[in-house]
Design a protein around this ligand. Structure first.
Ligand code: SAH
Length: 507
């Protein structure tokens, strides 16, 4: 039979793609259906038909899967951020364990038996909602001309209002309401992605879960003298700061006063982003009220009950708006505990921590290593890392700004020429820890790691596909995967974090 767009079909969902789409077959023809769950029988409407497969939209659940639950958020289907909200949390964990396993087999080229012998059970969350410490809300204008904040509808420029995301903290709504109300009263225009006009682009909100401290950063399309609401600071309130403060929007002090009253408010800043891009934050940050950073404490524990030396340790970190900080603080403690345990440190080792952010992993490592060298691309994060080392009384960690794939090879080339004993620990570390963004490690970085030949490599990854790709390279270079464990940092979404430990087998 020939299938066409807008046809209705009934399909039983048998599998799920890595992106969380249900997969089913009708007469050998494959359908991908968002918002369905393995085990559902559903009536679907074809929306895009290819030769051997089609994308379809869920119209009606005819027979629900045993894994199906009622979604908590009324706009989860439009938003698309929570691809798995209709699945029980238990089945989400099964999905993620399988996703990691399949990627290791298909992309990494490992055998099923091997993967099953090294892979430990996924570490799940106790509370899979309201776990995120960070939210970035886009701001726009609705059809009536009112400012709105929420999420982009599909691949469009229009924003659907949602101030109360089920993954975030309750303070988000309170903060956004104040900002939107202020924009309305003072007629402050939201940024328009199409025209590049308007002022307010995004609101970043971050909360330290242990400290209770809150940071708000308004991302503004602010050009001096261009927006009519941009005047030099002349109000008593604004210039009462250290002087030189600019007024970025009308009635700014009034907004600051209101925001400052929210319990836990610690830092209010603006980030200037005038580029027509989908990069959220601009590089320039000005603190308008309170401190430039918020703080948070991370506590590590014994995950594998092996009595490892990090147990019970805690460190405190300062985080600035542009720095990366893990978004799920409860699960981060488990992830770090596992990663630190995988390093097998005894106190003397030298360690590189690549993609180190504000030095969270590095500083824990430093308390049980001889020397730690951190590398990170964002200059502010390295400033935070250095400050965090100082504040925690850690003296054996050094931090370098730059791309891991440039900094590491440069060090290697330079040091291997003059190789004095003093640099041996840097040239041939005992352990390398990497925690790259989704795109994984660059080849130049992997090559240098292989030249440095550490005894162990601990790879922390937020994308098991690029992880599997990189593991293949490292295994071909003489390493063997000893342990793999997924940690769910992103409940309700298809994303999953993985920690792996590799050992050098061919010297
Ligand atoms: N280990 C840290 C950060 C992990 S996130 C933590 O757990 O908090 C990945 C980090 O890599 C981010 O801080 C990002 O800014 C940084 N990064 C991205 N590309 C990079 C590159 N090419 N070289 C070095 N760091 C990079």
């Amino acid at each position: 039979m020939e299938y066409k767009k807008n046809n209705y079909l009934t399909v039983k969902i048998e599998d799920m793609s890595n992106e969380g789409e249900g997969i089913g077959k009708v007469d050998g023809f494959t359908l991908f259906v968002k918002d369905t769950v393995i085990g559902d029988t559903a009536r679907v409407k074809l929306i895009k038909v290819k030769k051997n497969y089609a994308f379809a939209r869920l119209e009606e659940i005819i027979e629900p899967s045993v894994d199906r639950v009622d979604a908590v958020c009324p706009v989860h289907r439009q938003c698309g951020g929570c691809q798995l909200q209709s699945m029980s949390y238990e089945s989400q964990l099964r999905f993620k364990q399988n996703k990691v396993r399949n990627n290791l087999i298909r992309i990494g080229g490992f055998t099923e038996d091997f993967v099953d012998s090294v892979m430990e059970p996924i570490v799940g969350m106790e509370e899979p909602f309201h776990y995120r410490n960070k939210a970035q809300y886009p701001v726009g204008t609705d059809k009536e001309g009112n400012p709105v904040a929420g999420f982009y509808a599909g691949r469009t420029h229009s924003i659907i209002s949602n101030l109360n995301c089920a993954l975030g903290v309750p303070e988000n709504e309170e903060i956004l309401k104040l900002i939107l109300e202020h924009m309305k009263v003072y007629r402050i225009p939201a940024y328009d992605e199409v025209t590049g006009q308007g002022l307010v682009r995004h609101v970043l909100i971050r909360k330290g879960f242990t400290s209770g401290e809150i940071m708000v950063c308004l991302v503004l399309n602010w050009k001096p003298g261009k927006n009519k609401e941009n005047r030099k600071a002349d109000t008593a309130g604004v210039s009462a700061g250290k002087g030189g403060f600019l007024e970025y929007m009308s009635g700014q002090q009034e907004l600051l006063d209101k925001l400052a009253k929210i319990k836990g408010m610690t830092s209010i800043s603006v980030s200037i982003n005038t580029e027509q891009t989908n990069v959220i934050m601009g590089r320039e940050i000005h603190t308008l009220w309170g401190s430039a950073t918020i703080s948070d404490t991370i506590h590590v524990r014994d995950m594998q009950k092996s009595g490892y030396p990090f147990t019970g340790q805690e460190l405190n970190f300062h985080i600035s708006p542009l720095s990366f900080y893990q978004v799920n603080p409860v699960q981060t403690e488990k992830l770090y505990s596992l990663a630190l345990e995988y390093t097998g440190l005894t106190g003397k080792e030298s360690v590189w921590d690549l993609y180190c952010g504000i030095g969270t992993i590095s500083l824990f490592l430093a308390t049980h290593a001889g020397k730690v060298y951190g590398v990170e691309i964002v200059p502010q994060a390295i400033e935070d890392a250095k400050e965090n080392a100082r504040r925690n009384g850690i003296r054996n960690a050094e931090f370098y700004v730059g791309k891991a794939e440039e900094v590491l090879p440069e060090f290697y080339e330079r040091l291997s020429k003059g190789a004095s004993d003093a640099v041996q620990d840097m040239l041939h570390p005992d352990v390398i820890v990497v925690d790259p963004p989704r795109k994984g490690c660059d080849e130049a970085c992997l090559d240098t790691m292989l030249k440095m030949r550490p005894e162990r490599i601990v790879y922390v990854s937020c994308d098991s596909a690029t992880l599997a790709r990189d593991l293949k390279v490292l295994c071909e270079g003489g390493y063997e995967v000893k342990k793999v464990r997924a940690v769910d940092q992103f409940g309700m979404t298809v994303h999953v974090e993985v920690a792996i430990m590799m050992q050098l087998v061919e010297k």
